[in-house]
Design a protein around this ligand. Structure first.
Ligand SMILES: NCCC[C@H](NC(=O)CCC(=O)O)C(=O)O
Length: 447
């Protein structure tokens, strides 16, 4: 093995619910007020992690955040005991309490952008925490994400951590969901592709009109600079504004990369030919052969892509050199999309295996297999420097399932969030979790 791509999945938190918080994310809007099942959600996620670990892929886990987020409520002027703060917030605005209770940190593809050491001038793996500035419920993730990543990837000699960019719309950054990397072996230099929705400072001709473009070019440029990437191996591409207006709120809803392959929809990018040409040329300079797989509109429409999350899949390299694709159950349920996938699997191309997972609880908030994982390409030395307790195996899987059984409710709606008992349950659970994972005190309530 010459390096690997490890996937770190976000564990769903105990307050998982459907609040309709993400304008532009159609599943989130559609399922507002549906009854959620946090216990099932966490178990569906764990099952994916375990299955991939069993297949021999390096798999880690990242813990959920503390919710409701009392610190933000206090910062907003609510005071007194925790119980009083919750009651006041609920009386003032149940929607605010819901925002500050979202389990959205599960979608760790938005936790950070990660550049492997082979691409960065200082030879370290770089992480920039995403500020998730476009949504209140997500912008509050940055500090805890930073603490979690620093505890999981601890050694300064291997890992370099950057805090989130300033919290302002012009620097809106959504992390790895808008970032792809093309390469040969994962620990060899590759080409990084940053996808943005609007510039940030300059008013562009081509911007979405219906839904927000969450990622700015200004932010993508800043991350590339922080990560010490070579311009000769970096490409910036604008997302197709029409796709954003149809519900493609992150690039990973319409595109996924692995090694030389860029699996994407025909309408994913603005000026796609130029962008693909630049990727091809920059890869050729590394003696790499670019293999785009373009799914035409005639086979799968953008609406079907959004409904089924076909592109929010994981592409994983197997030992035989072929790739396995991890798709959500919703892709199997759709006849046209499933026919396309069966054809793809038989086509003799790089992807020859499709694995389906039931991630319905997360999917109903717009989070598929790819949203739930943060890719970290690591060489052997770096992999052994990762916090041991964070890596998935039989023992950890059993312990985490038992932990979920002990602490999670199987029903959650907005009105449950003001229950002071829930906050106690969450803190108790998270405190135990940091011990299971060996992460130390990462939450403010533990300090
Ligand atoms: N990468 C997938 C992210 C999904 C996430 N959904 C949410 O936050 C929905 C939460 C709610 O509406 O309850 C988002 O849109 O950022």
């Amino acid at each position: 093995m010459s390096g690997c791509e490890a996937n770190f999945d976000g564990l769903v938190g105990p307050t998982h619910h459907y609040a309709g918080l993400s304008f532009g994310n159609e599943a989130s809007t559609r399922n507002q007020h549906a009854v959620a099942n946090p216990k099932l959600a966490a178990k569906q996620g764990l099952q994916k992690m375990k299955s991939l670990a069993d297949l021999g892929f390096a798999q880690g886990v990242l813990p959920p955040h503390e919710r409701p987020h009392l610190a933000t409520l206090r910062q907003m002027g609510f005071g007194g005991s925790d119980r009083e703060v919750l009651a006041q917030a609920q009386a003032y605005s149940p929607r605010l309490l819901s925002s500050l209770s979202s389990a959205s940190s599960m979608w760790v593809a938005n936790a950070a952008t990660v550049s492997p050491s082979a691409d960065s001038a200082d030879g370290r793996t770089h992480f920039t925490v995403a500020n998730l500035n476009n949504k209140l419920h997500r912008a509050i993730e940055a500090d805890t994400t930073s603490a979690i990543l620093r505890a999981t990837f601890k050694h300064d000699s291997h890992f370099c951590h950057h805090d989130a960019l300033p919290q302002v719309a012009a620097l809106g950054d959504e992390g790895a969901a808008n970032h792809n990397r093309l390469c040969g072996d994962h620990d060899q230099p590759g080409v990084q592709v940053f996808v943005y929705g609007r510039h940030g400072l300059l008013a562009g001709e081509h911007e979405p009109v219906r839904y927000p473009a969450r990622q700015t070019r200004l932010a993508s440029d800043a991350v590339a600079r922080l990560h010490q990437l070579s311009p000769a191996r970096t490409v910036f591409v604008q997302q197709n504004p029409e796709a954003i207006d149809r519900g493609v709120f992150h690039n990973d809803v319409i595109c996924v990369s692995n090694r030389q392959v860029l699996f994407h929809h025909q309408q994913a990018f603005l000026n796609a030919d130029l962008a693909l040409g630049e990727i091809r040329d920059k890869m050729a300079a590394l003696a790499l052969d670019f293999q785009p797989i373009v799914v035409p509109q005639s086979k799968v429409s953008i609406d079907d892509a959004v409904a089924t999350y076909l592109f929010n899949s994981q592409l994983l390299s197997k030992n035989d050199g072929k790739m396995m694709m991890v798709v959500p159950e919703e892709s199997r349920q759709h006849i046209g999309v499933w026919d396309y996938l069966c054809e793809l699997q038989e086509s003799g191309g790089p992807i020859d295996q499709i694995e389906v997972f039931d991630l319905r609880e997360s999917m109903r908030n717009g989070g598929g297999p790819a949203c739930l994982r943060l890719r970290v390409a690591l060489n052997r030395a770096e992999l052994s420097a990762v916090n041991d307790g964070s890596l998935m195996n039989d023992v950890l899987f059993t312990r985490l399932n038992q932990w979920v059984d002990r602490h999670y409710r199987d029903r959650m709606q907005a009105e449950d969030l003001a229950d002071p008992q829930l906050l106690t349950e969450v803190r108790y659970a998270l405190d135990e979790l940091t011990q299971i994972l060996g992460l130390g005190a990462i939450y403010p309530f533990q300090r």
